[in-house]
Structure formats: C-alpha cells, structure tokens
Design a protein around this ligand. Structure first.
Ligand code: F6P
Length: 323
C-alpha cells in the first residue's frame, strides 16, 4: 500500500453525540501527519452527489462539545443496492481518496464493507447510541444517551411517586435493548421490556405491579425499548385492568441530542486518532474498536460477522435490585 495522501470522512445513519469530536480527531490527526482531508456532507448521500468540503484544523474548531454532526447525516437508500455502491466506489476514485473514514453504526459499516469489496479502502469508527455492534465494547454516543435517559427517569420517578402512579418510559432502540437495560439499572426501574425478548406478558407485568404495591412501593417504573412498541396502548391496558393511574412517556429523539459526556468525547477523540494511526501503519479495511480497555483495529469482515446479544445477566440483576 502506498502512503496515504488524501482521505474522506463522513458521518452516516442516526447521529450520535460525540460524532463531532470524532471528526475533529480524524481531521487534526490526519493534518498532523500531512494527510489532506475532505468532509463529505450527508453521509453516503453526499458522497453520491459529490457534496464535499475541504477540512483543516480550523474547520473543526469549537465542535468537541457539540451534539449532532456538523457534516450532517442521512440513511442512504441508494447504498442498499449494487448500482449505488458501484457509483460510490467510482466517486471515491474520482476524488482520489486513499481511504474513506465512515463514522456510524451497523448499516453504515455494511455500506463500507461493500465498498471495500470493490476496492475502496475503508476505516470505520463505531458511533451509535444503540451500542449494538458485537465487535466493540463501546460505540460513541451511548453514554450521553443513557445519561439523558437516566435523568429523565429520575424526574419521572419524582412525579410518579407523588401520585403513586405506574410510569412507562420508552427509550430508543428499535432492534436492541442495551439502552433500555442500562437506563433501567441506573434509573432503578422495576421492570424492563426489550425487543430481544420477543414476547411481552401483560398479565405478569400486572401481577408484579400489584406485588410492588403490597410491598409498599409508591411507584412502578417500567422502561420499554422502542422496538417493543405500543407503549401508550400498554399504559392504557395496565390502567384499565389495575385501576392504578398509568402514564407513558416517550423519550424518543431527545436521547440522540445534547452535548456529549466526557466519556463520549474521550472515546470519540481516541477512536478518531486511532483511525489515522491505522492508516499510517498501512492497514486496510479496518474497524476501530474498544476492547479490554484498549483501542484497536480489526478487519471489517471479522467485525461484522456476529450480531451483539443482549446481556441477560443485566436483566436478572435489574429484577433482583427491584425487590
Ligand atoms: O441511531 C439509532 C436510533 O436512534 C435507534 O435507537 C432508533 O430506533 C432509530 O435510530 C431511530 O431512527 P430515526 O431517527 O431514523 O427515526
């Protein structure tokens, strides 16, 4: 592999707090090593429509603390088909990119993997609030999202206890329950429902609500992952059957915004730096990961081999701590 002279960087899929800090680290580490950087707007969509901006150290000033992504992001349908990937590959060639740095989650990495099969050198940085990538112990944005979730639960708990109500709090996670599990344990919830568990047994939930009442609990906090669905309807059903006032709160995109926590800025900065280090060491088609306290890089195909499972132990602990 020849020496790296020019790289492109894009953010793709759902935004995550810390993406800006990752772009900053990529740009500054690259320029420090005499590598030219172009920013690609709106993820793969911007790549396909040639929306590029030259980036230097000053273009990434004042963003380390900002949520969202200043490069903008999108979920690109065209990258789902072979023609789109082929076109993206040709555009990378026209732009003379020695590597494309993709900051995003699972879907974005699959796009990168297809590009790598055609010959584009890709380096991926994991950034999704969902923490749903098996290859890495951390994905940028998760800590900010669960802190937002936890703070919301704290506030809901106050009013829920005062009114002796049951509260359902829906957190993000269409396919993965990691946010719900962490928000439950840190928010002290009585119950958590996640998409990985497939079935929701309302009768069991109601039995537990009654049991909690007789134990003297003034509230019943139930965290529901988005992917379980029907949170508002579930609240109505619980209220109708139990006679206990029940409210549903959908946190939604609130969890995707906000200034990144120190942990997210740290991981984002280290992962951005590691992406450029990986290129400097002439490695191709890699995913930057955090494992056993270290930042490393692994082959993209290996990285995407397995689906991350939810932590059943965490679920059992939530139930145990809710007695
Ligand atoms: O980025 C991940 C995520 O926030 C999931 O938790 C959620 O299910 C999904 O994105 C929502 O996507 P959108 O913003 O496109 O509605």
């Amino acid at each position: 592999m020849e020496s790296i002279k020019k790289v492109g960087v894009l953010t793709s899929g759902g935004d995550a707090p810390g993406m800006n800090a990752a772009i900053r680290a990529v740009v500054r580490s690259a320029v420090y090593n005499n590598i030219q950087v172009i920013g690609i707007k709106r993820g793969y969509e911007g790549l396909l429509s040639g929306e590029i901006v030259e980036l230097g150290p000053r273009s990434v000033s004042d963003i380390v603390h900002r949520g969202g992504t200043f490069l903008l992001t999108a979920r690109c349908q065209e990258m789902m088909n072979d023609e789109g990937v082929e076109r993206a590959y040709k555009i990378c060639k026209v732009l003379s990119l020695d590597a494309l740095i993709v900051i995003g989650g699972d879907g974005s990495f699959h796009g990168a993997q297809k590009l790598s099969q055609l010959g584009t050198n890709v380096i991926c940085i994991p950034a999704t609030i969902d923490l749903d990538l098996d290859c890495t112990e951390y994905t940028i944005g998760f800590d900010t999202a669960i802190n937002t979730g936890m703070e919301a639960i704290n506030k809901i708990r106050d009013t829920s206890s005062s009114h002796e109500r049951c509260s359902l709090v829906e957190v993000m996670g269409r396919h993965a329950g990691h946010i719900a599990l962490w928000c439950s344990i840190t928010g002290g919830a009585e119950e958590v429902l996640i998409p990985e568990m497939n079935t929701v047994n309302t009768e069991t939930i109601i039995q537990q609500i009654f049991a909690n009442r007789s134990k003297g609990k003034t509230h019943n906090l139930i965290v529901v992952a988005e992917g379980v669905g029907n949170t508002t309807q579930m609240a109505k059903t619980i209220e109708n059957i139990t006679g206990i006032e029940t409210r549903a709160t959908i946190l939604g995109h609130l969890q995707r915004g906000g200034s990144p926590t120190a942990l997210d800025r740290m991981h984002a900065s280290m992962m951005g730096y590691t992406a450029i280090e990986t290129l400097m060491q002439k490695r191709k088609n890699r995913v930057v990961i955090f494992k056993n306290g270290k930042y490393e890089d692994i082959d993209i195909n290996e990285a995407l081999e397995c689906k991350k499972e939810y932590d059943n132990k965490l679920y059992e602990i939530i139930k145990m701590l809710a007695i």
